[in-house]
Design a protein around this ligand. Structure first.
Ligand code: ADP
Length: 193
């Protein structure tokens, strides 16, 4: 199983990514988590990543690729991956496609989770009130949603054109979202002949 989750902040990528990975027995590769771990480790690169994350800006593509590529290569060799939050730009999508081709694998599905901005904002503010992340602040949340709409959104038509997009309404309880993803994937992975 090789798929990616494409979703604005607050849509539930992390929750659904973990469930998909457990169900299919593959690694869940969460770009934000790997980048936060790198930021924690400190150093020049860590400080650069931390500054971008704190503002809600995307980390530069080359930095993302340097951090993510080893994890993707290793997971591909072990049966697959659920990519959560990567790629997030068209340049990253192109690089990811080239990497997959080099590894002799293809992406099977791109799951797009969508929900209204009001719902996403409220979820992130709720998470913040329960001791969430430093970037779960009203002004940074607004910026993250703008970055998604402007920069990551174009990946939706990109994967739709490639025939692997599964769009799921994320404004539902987590179990319903999981069920809709499974239904969408079975329609995609086992097309009726
Ligand atoms: P969310 O989707 O809620 O914003 P993530 O943990 O996926 O949470 O991402 C948090 C931050 O990490 C982003 O705002 C960005 O700074 C950085 N980031 C994560 N993935 C990428 C990526 N693929 N490209 C660039 N920056 C990224």
């Amino acid at each position: 199983m090789r798929l990616l989750l494409l979703a604005p902040p607050g849509a539930g990528k992390g929750t659904q990514g973990e469930r998909l990975a457990a169900r299919h027995g593959v690694r869940h590769i969460a770009a934000g988590d790997l980048l936060r771990a790198e930021a924690q480790a400190g150093g020049l690169l860590g400080r650069e990543i931390a500054a971008h994350q704190a503002r809600g800006d995307l980390v530069p593509d080359q930095v993302v690729l340097d951090v993510l590529t080893p994890a993707v290569v290793e997971a591909a060799a072990r049966g697959g991956y659920i990519l959560d939050g990567f790629p997030r730009t068209l340049a990253q999508a192109t690089a990811a496609a080239e990497l997959a081709a080099r590894l002799g694998v293809t992406l099977q599905a791109a799951v797009y989770l969508y929900a209204p901005d009001t719902v996403l904002t409220q979820r992130l503010l709720d998470r913040a009130s329960q001791g969430g992340r430093a970037d779960d602040r009203a002004d940074v949340i607004r910026h993250r949603l703008e970055v998604f709409a402007g920069t990551t959104g174009p990946l939706v038509p990109y994967y739709k054109e490639r025939g692997i997009l599964v769009a799921v309404d994320a404004d539902q309880p987590p179990d319903s979202v999981t069920a809709d993803i499974q239904a969408g994937l079975s329609g995609l992975l086992l097309p009726r002949s």
